[in-house]
Design a protein. Structure first.
Length: 54
């Protein structure tokens, strides 16, 4: 059994999908999406300003 090739997506499609994602954040690389294990939108939205010095 072999893995089926996945359709690559565009950066615009990625951004739309990421904005509509309710809880899980994704990494976009070379047209593919990868779940970011442990990276929840709620937590990263709280932590990112602190990490960026804002």
């Amino acid at each position: 059994m072999t893995a089926q090739p996945q359709k690559k997506i565009t950066p615009t499609e990625y951004l739309a999908l990421e904005r509509s994602s309710l809880d899980i954040k994704h990494k976009f690389f070379d047209g593919e999406l990868f779940d970011m294990v442990g990276a929840k939108k709620k937590i990263t939205s709280i932590l990112m300003p602190a990490l960026q010095g804002n």
